[in-house]
Ligand binder design. Structure first.
Ligand SMILES: [Zn+2]
Length: 190
């Protein structure tokens, strides 16, 4: 229903309430604009967070990776392990990615992202994951010394571009991560 304006400078509603002819709406305040901006950012952020998992689970894994862990704020770790791996290799992939998932849960997505982006940080993350593999394999009768040396060699040659991480750096990271597993000096991969 549209009301016919009263002839004077005022509108009158059916209930007889007189209103000023010119209505001024409240102008946006700084707080209002900031709230709207924050809401928009939250919406964009939430949309990205919803898109990333759906993309993560459909894109092919990197050729050289048996598994992959993504650490997202608010969602925590997302994991994938390559299908069709031999059972023993698949188990190690789950053990390895399980360590990354725990790193993500314990320290948060921001911490995990910062570690992942720096070579030294990534070295620490990967050394801890490889040491968990060493721990499992040595409890099953594997030689801890040889397993540790293999972990150092893998860090130098498989996990980083050539020359990015020295054997000394990898050995130090593994020594720190494996701790009690190591009974003798850690071999230096060249
Ligand atoms: Zn890893």
């Amino acid at each position: 229903m549209r009301l016919t304006p009263a002839p004077s400078g005022h509108d009158e509603s059916p209930a007889g309430v007189r209103c000023p002819k010119r209505v001024r709406f409240a102008r946006p305040t700084v707080v209002g604009v900031a709230t709207a901006g924050a809401s928009l950012l939250v919406w964009i952020f939430a949309s990205i967070l919803l898109v990333i998992p759906s993309v993560f689970y459909v894109i092919p894994l990197p050729e050289e990776a048996d598994g992959l862990t993504l650490c997202l704020p608010g969602l925590g770790p997302l994991q994938r392990v390559r299908e069709g791996l031999p059972p023993a290799q698949e188990e190690l992939a789950y053990i390895h990615e399980g360590v990354h998932a725990e790193q993500c849960r314990a320290n948060g997505a921001l911490w995990y992202a910062r570690r992942t982006l720096s070579p030294q940080g990534r070295l620490t993350l990967e050394a801890q994951a490889l040491c968990q593999e060493v721990s499992v394999l040595s409890r099953r009768g594997g030689d801890p010394g040889r397993l540790v040396d293999a972990a150092v060699a893998a860090l130098v040659s498989d996990y980083f571009e050539e020359g990015r991480v020295s054997g000394w750096e990898a050995a130090a990271a593994v020594e720190q991560a494996c701790g009690p597993l190591i009974t003798g000096p850690v071999g230096i991969a060249q």
